[in-house]
Design a protein around this ligand. Sequence first.
Ligand SMILES: O=C(O)CCC(=O)C(=O)O
Ligand SMILES: [Fe+2]
Length: 246
Amino acid sequence: MTKLFDGEVIAVRVPQFYDPLYCKSLADALYRAIEEAAKGSIYESDIDSFWNVMDDAERRESYFAMALPLQEKLRALSAPHPSPIDLLRLALDEAWPGGASLMTMSGRKMPFGITRLWRTDSEALPHQDILWREVKEADDIPPLVSQLGVNVYLDTADEGGQLETWDRVISDEEYEQLRDKYPGSYGYPRSMLPEDSLLIAPEVGDLVLVNTLRAHAVRKIEQGRRITLSGFVGSAGTDQPLRCWS
Ligand SMILES: O=C(O)CCC(=O)C(=O)O
Ligand SMILES: [Fe+2]
């Protein structure tokens, strides 16, 4: 974990973190839940990520209100097996000297472990996920020093959909010059990045952790679809609890 946060290690993959058989039944339940919620429109997730809501007071409110219901929902859909997100939080808590807990922003708990459905032809362009770059001054968050992306792969694409990551951090100083061009640290051209990249083709049940200060992307899903439980883990130092949110 320390090596991941420090950038010494590019990625950690935990094969079969969640039993592939349990993955199948949870993925089926989540696909159904998303289709139900969509009612004809194309919903890609069960709830918004913080990034999607931060500029909209009403959506922010429903985002924070979802924090605990999300955990309940994952437990209900996973039953009689444990929720993968509960297992993940316990694993983080047990591994880290300062423990782990849900992230709070201005005293409110944040959702952790949102569902992300990636349909055929979807992709994520090269980007970074760095919370402190995006929050407003009024948003009270712990002073994070590094951030990981954590994904549990419940279903994987038949072709494409690899997680790609580069050994390249665009620093906060560098980003200030690029902010207008790549809002949300999203959409960096590949020409800006090293030629070599690490390509991870996740298998069902895998947990993959990457440092999201590094540029990373999701290769286009060429065939099939994939579904993940997705979140971020922030470090405020070894003696402080890891903070988990989505
Ligand atoms: O779905 C994935 O493989 C990674 C998505 C991502 O960009 C992230 O977790 O930060
Ligand atoms: Fe990301």
